[in-house]
Design a protein around this ligand. Structure first.
Ligand code: PLP
Length: 367
């Protein structure tokens, strides 16, 4: 992928900062032109770290990923298992390509995350963490050339640039990993289920192919619309949202993927399960949770389907869920005020599939 630098791996540097219980850890990934490497600087997230001209702030021009790290399994350094890490880093690279934001290499991100998790664990022993990775387009150019504050030269992407220092030279964005405790609200949604409103997303389902500049398949920082939809749902007494297209297709939640199940009779007289998610080319973010659930469901002999779905399909389903990396598998109990079938056995099976953390393969966000 052209945006990935292939810098030499160097040990991240850390400072003596340790968060208080419940506190977060920030790791700034800084390209070092002199050495041609990316260094990871651990710091207190409550202290200033960005310039106000950063285009991630002024224009929402950036990309991100949110991952879950669970303690005690030790596969990813610092005694944590970073769940679905390959799928998240692949999606970050795809978002980078769609937005033409140059990003550090996968190894640079992994080193930064490991440094952050190590310090996080010192202040939050035994706690699971949310890891948010962010890459912005970096500081705006100042009038008359140059940059405010950051001192980086505006750099176009040159995917033919050689590796090493020349690649680091292209990393003109701003990059960080924020490691925080998982909130109580995440497990609450799983246990009590969600009341969901169907809301019009305002574009038709074919728009992604016609207007790729809308960046619908990329995970960009521009979530103001998604958050406004959530506030609207809350003002109506609901917990969450499922967006529909203007031509009536089911899309996704503002921060989640829609999954529905139907119990289907098999030829041998037993019952099977068909698991369906909306058609991805209908302008939605391909979910990593959906990808690994599909991979495990396929292995378990379930039938899989990719929409298109309409709201009546959801109403008639034998189970409906919103799935995402931190809240995991949350059952939908009500859709537009209508009580739905909630199947606890299916919810548990989907949660177990997600926990298997299989390689999503062709069901992954970038197949
Ligand atoms: N769709 C949108 C718009 C999202 O923001 C998210 C996650 O935040 C998802 C789907 C679910 O993706 P994942 O399962 O990779 O967390």
């Amino acid at each position: 992928r052209p945006q990935q630098s292939s810098t030499e791996h160097t040990a991240p540097t850390t400072q003596s900062f340790v968060p208080e219980a419940g506190g977060s850890v920030l790791v700034m990934l800084t390209p070092d032109r002199a050495s041609g490497t990316v260094t990871a600087q651990v710091q207190d997230p409550r202290l200033p770290a960005l310039t106000v001209t950063d285009q991630g702030v002024t224009r929402g021009d950036g990309i991100f990923e949110t991952l879950m790290a669970t303690p005690g399994q030790g596969q990813d350094g610092a005694g944590f298992h970073l769940r679905k890490s390959a799928a998240h880093l692949a999606r970050l690279a795809a978002s980078a390509e769609a937005t033409q934001i140059p990003v550090p290499s996968e190894q640079d991100w992994r080193d930064g995350i490991a440094a952050g998790l190590g310090v996080f664990a010192a202040g939050n022993p035994g706690r699971a963490a949310v890891v948010k990775l962010v890459a912005t387009r970096g500081p705006e150019a100042a009038p008359g050339g140059g940059h405010y504050g950051g001192g980086l030269d505006a750099g176009g992407l040159d995917s033919s640039a050689p590796s090493g220092p020349a690649r680091v030279e292209q990393l003109t964005g701003t990059y960080w990993a924020l490691v925080s405790p998982v909130s109580e609200a995440s497990s609450h949604a799983r246990e009590t289920g969600l009341k969901v409103l169907l809301l019009d997303r305002g574009y038709e389902s074919g728009v992604q192919e016609r207007a790729p500049w809308l960046l619908l398949g990329a995970k960009t920082l521009s979530y103001a619309v998604n958050m406004a939809a959530m506030r609207h749902a809350k003002s109506q007494g609901a917990d969450d949202v499922i967006f529909t297209s203007s031509d009536g297709k089911v899309l996704e939640g503002p921060t989640s993927t829609v999954l529905m199940a139907r119990r289907v009779p098999r030829a041998d007289g037993t019952q099977g399960v068909e698991l369906i998610t909306p058609l991805r080319r209908n302008g939605i973010l391909p979910g990593t949770s959906q990808g690994v659930i599909f991979a495990a469901a396929e292995r378990a002999g379930w039938e899989l389907g990719y929409g298109p779905l309409v709201p009546d399909d959801l109403m008639d389903a034998d189970g409906l869920w919103l799935v995402s990396s931190v809240r995991l598998v949350a059952p939908v109990t009500h859709l537009d005020g209508v009580e739905l079938t909630v199947d606890h056995e299916l919810t548990e099976q989907l949660s177990a599939f997600l926990a298997e953390d299989l390689d999503p393969g062709s069901h992954g966000p970038v197949d």
